[in-house]
Design a protein around this ligand. Structure first.
Ligand SMILES: [Zn+2]
Length: 112
């Protein structure tokens, strides 16, 4: 799992939980700040919190998991590279050839 996805998940859980707590236990949360709130004010705080929480949940669901590539191989010249030393993952020797994750490469090309 990449870190952005974890961030979205944690944020959305925290926001959804807070909106629930604010709405149902407002005296506990807001009482700490010496505030007294009526139902309208509760909604005014809880609803936006809930919506932002849903937004982060949506981001969590739609963010694509991106695998970190350490070593990659050029399918053309079979040269291997440290992926983070390449420009956009292109082979240093071949023109405009994308290198591929070395683990994935050997999974699909077992005979080599
Ligand atoms: Zn190459």
């Amino acid at each position: 799992m990449n870190s952005a996805k974890i961030y979205y998940l944690v944020t959305s859980i925290m926001l959804l939980l807070s909106s629930y707590i604010i709405y149902f236990n407002n005296n506990i949360v807001l009482g700490m700040y010496g505030m007294t709130v009526d139902n309208n004010e509760k909604l005014f705080i809880a609803v936006p919190t809930f919506i932002v929480g849903l937004f982060f949940a949506y981001k969590f669901i739609t963010t694509k998991y991106k695998k970190q590539i350490d070593h990659s191989i050029c399918p053309n010249c079979k040269e291997t590279f440290n992926y983070n030393e390449l420009k956009n993952g292109k082979c240093e020797y071949c023109e405009d050839i994308d290198t591929v994750d070395i683990e994935e490469y050997y999974k699909t090309n077992k005979e080599e």
